[in-house]
Write a protein of this length. Structure first.
Lengths: 116, 114
């Protein structure tokens, strides 16, 4: 069965510090997809990134970067020079290539607070 | 604007009174799904639909029903709500076709069952 673990329940950092959110996953499939979503205080879920299991290249998007390592089953997310607007709950999620159901298995989330 | 629209956003009701949460998407997506979010549990899938008239159970389907009569709409029905269904509910849609593309989420519906 698939599982996603976000061991960090809450993190607080001072503005402009870098912060890394950890995500470890379990799956028996060789083909799978990993996602990060942001849930700001207003409650909606905002898509950040999608990665498939065959693409281990790290990705950078502005202040955001992602490190995908199949050897450790991890898909970590780093925010550089954090800002108050980054305060949110962040979810890592896994989807397997199962016939028809594109179910997202979510971790329990990491609440990130950026202190001004 | 591409979006998934849920209604209502908030609802307080009583045990046993049937309710429906509507979900509509304007992106011509084939795949739609419902999740519930509970503290410490993340989001869990309730039901999903691969296309019109094709629905199936997710991980926590007990006490819920769905239908997919039109491609754009995927309502969630609670026939006899109970307090353990108090939760934050999200509808999501994506292209489907086994592509596992990112799912677009509605803004959420907060249900309180007294």
């Amino acid at each position: 069965a698939q599982k996603v673990t976000q061991a960090q329940t809450e993190i607080s950092v001072v503005e402009k510090e870098d912060v890394t959110l950890d995500c470890v996953y379990e799956t028996r499939d060789t083909t799978y997809y990993l996602f990060w979503y942001k849930q700001p205080p207003s409650g909606e879920l905002v898509f950040l990134i999608r990665r498939n299991s065959f693409d281990e290249q790290n990705e950078i998007s502005g202040r955001y970067s992602w490190n995908f390592q199949k050897s450790t089953s991890s898909f970590n997310f780093t925010i550089t020079a954090s800002q108050v607007v980054d305060s949110a709950v962040y979810f890592c999620a896994l989807s397997e290539a199962i016939f028809g159901n594109e179910k997202l298995t979510f971790g329990t989330g990491t609440r990130l607070t950026i202190i001004p | 604007e591409a979006q998934v629209t849920q209604n209502p956003r908030y609802l307080i009701t009583v045990t046993g009174k049937k309710l429906t949460v509507t979900c509509s998407q304007n992106m011509n997506h084939e795949y739609m799904s419902w999740y519930r979010q509970d503290p410490g549990l993340g989001l869990r899938q309730i039901y999903y639909s691969m296309n019109v008239e094709v629905t199936d159970k997710g991980d926590v389907p007990e006490g819920y029903k769905v239908s997919r009569k039109e491609k754009r709409n995927f309502p969630l029905i609670l026939e006899s709500p109970s307090p353990n269904q108090t939760s934050l509910y999200f509808c999501a849609s994506s292209l489907g076709g086994y592509s596992n593309q990112p799912q677009h989420f509605g803004d959420g519906t907060r249900l309180s069952i007294l």
